[in-house]
Design a protein. Structure first.
Length: 460
């Protein structure tokens, strides 16, 4: 609860910082101080709720899982700001407002992790989404950025309409927005007790969540938005925002709709198959690394959907925590290298290992993790989400299919590694990495490798 309040307050502080702080470094350090404060408050919240969950006004429930996820996602956001704070400031003249919007997004992240009422779910998604529309279009002189913002806004508004319609139908069937109320629980206690209104409501919520997490066939906005947005903001939208929606997704569909999973599991299975095929196969044909990473994020969403598919599995809850951290850190690490390059194509990375060996090494670790190679955190992330399905003894075929798709992903990830290490060229830098940049990129890579040996560190 304290993290929700502080993130909103610090967003306002950053807005005023733009008025009173004239130095860009002062604004950046104010943002870094804010994310450190958020991390400290999240840890204190975890200690306060580690024994007993607490419900606030029947709207939010803060428990140990919620508090622990808040710590993990705040730590990932801290790593993002440590690495990208200069790049964020370089996007335009309104740097303080950019940082303010990021803190407002974090407020939405905490709401999505703790809601126990559908109204808070709606508020959390809107607080999360609206700042992103602005960040996507923050490079006003770039027509691709303007297009990304408009496309994101229009598609986001459409998905919000579906979300509200689904909530309305569920309210009509249950008479309550409170997902812990007797009426709500009773409606979804078993398939036979579920009305047609509830079924359609669940379907609409599923479609809306599918849009937010870039699941096929609701992914069409993702490549253009991620590619058109300033590169400094793309990793934030593709990681921290996406995984927070997944936690909200699992909270609703496991805790509320888990007993009627027969009504929606087939739809999730179809989403997984389409998302893995479209994300991986399309990524193979991309020439721009930034656009390839956009399709890669779609493919990674396919794996994260396994945690939704495996209802009420402890491995699923562990898997989504580990996947959230590892995927976020790996993507942040890759984008941190991309943004330093002058040319975003594969040829632009030719010979990078000789010119910038630290950047090439950290990018390699992150790419290997995204593939799911052993001794990286990505291996155990995929292992846990896939094992959650295997544990239930059904739909083993979809796990085999996912492994085959992971093999395809190795092609486009290893293509980058081949360019950096085995092709000759003079990789041109857009900006030279500083000692600060290299230090945090190494720390980021070391964390990924550490989680490849001790994944239990993420489970709390």
């Amino acid at each position: 609860m304290n993290a929700i309040v502080l993130s909103g307050i610090w967003g306002v502080v950053m807005m005023f910082a733009g008025l009173f702080l004239k130095s860009s470094k002062q604004i950046q350090w104010t943002a870094i101080l804010g994310i450190i404060a958020l991390l400290v408050v999240s840890i204190l919240d975890y200690q306060a709720h580690s024994v007993q969950a607490q419900t606030y006004f029947g709207m939010m429930t803060i428990d140990v899982y919620t508090s622990w996820f808040s710590i993990l996602i705040t730590a990932c956001c801290a790593m993002y700001l440590f690495i990208f704070h200069k790049d964020i400031a370089a996007v335009g003249k309104n740097e303080a407002e950019y940082f303010a919007l990021i803190f407002f997004v974090m407020c939405g992240v905490y709401l999505l992790a703790s809601y126990s009422n559908l109204l808070i779910l709606f508020l959390g998604i809107e607080i999360l989404s609206i700042p992103q529309y602005i960040l996507a279009g923050s490079d006003k002189e770039n027509i691709k950025s303007n297009e990304a913002s408009l496309k994101y806004f229009l598609m986001g508004a459409f998905s919000t309409g579906l979300l509200l319609m689904g909530m309305t139908l569920i309210y009509g069937a249950t008479g309550s927005f409170d997902i812990t109320s007797e009426k709500f629980v009773g409606q979804f206690a078993q398939l036979s007790s579920m009305s047609s209104l509830s079924f359609v409501g669940i379907l609409l919520l599923l479609i809306s969540f599918g849009f937010k997490v870039s699941a096929a066939p609701l992914h069409l906005w993702t490549p253009d938005v991620y590619d058109g947005s300033p590169t400094a903001f793309t990793p934030f939208m593709a990681t921290i925002v996406k995984v927070s929606v997944f936690v909200a997704f699992i909270r609703l569909f496991h805790f509320s709709f888990g007993n009627v999973s027969g009504a929606w599991q087939i739809a999730i299975a179809s989403m997984i198959v389409l998302t893995l095929i479209i994300g991986n196969v399309t990524a193979v044909y991309q020439q721009s690394l930034k656009r390839m990473m956009a399709y890669s994020s779609i493919a990674q969403a396919g794996f994260m959907l396994f945690s939704i598919f495996a209802v009420n599995s402890t491995l699923a809850y562990k898997g989504i925590l580990l996947y959230s951290v590892v995927y976020s850190l790996a993507s942040i690490g890759v984008f941190a290298v991309i943004i330093k390059m002058k040319d975003y194509t594969y040829d632009g990375f030719n010979g990078l290992a000789k010119k910038q060996p630290i950047l090439a090494f950290t990018a390699t670790v992150c790419l290997l993790s995204l593939v799911g190679i052993p001794l990286t955190g990505g291996f155990f992330a995929k292992y846990f989400v896939l094992s959650a399905v295997v544990e239930q003894g059904k739909y083993i075929w979809i796990v085999v299919f996912a492994v085959l798709m992971a093999a395809i992903s190795a092609y486009y990830y290893f293509r980058v590694i081949r360019s950096m290490y085995f092709k000759t060229g003079d990789a041109e830098m857009h900006t030279e990495p500083t000692t600060w940049d290299k230090t945090f990129l190494i720390i980021n890579a070391m964390i990924i490798l550490l989680l490849g040996v001790l994944p239990s560190l993420v489970f709390g």
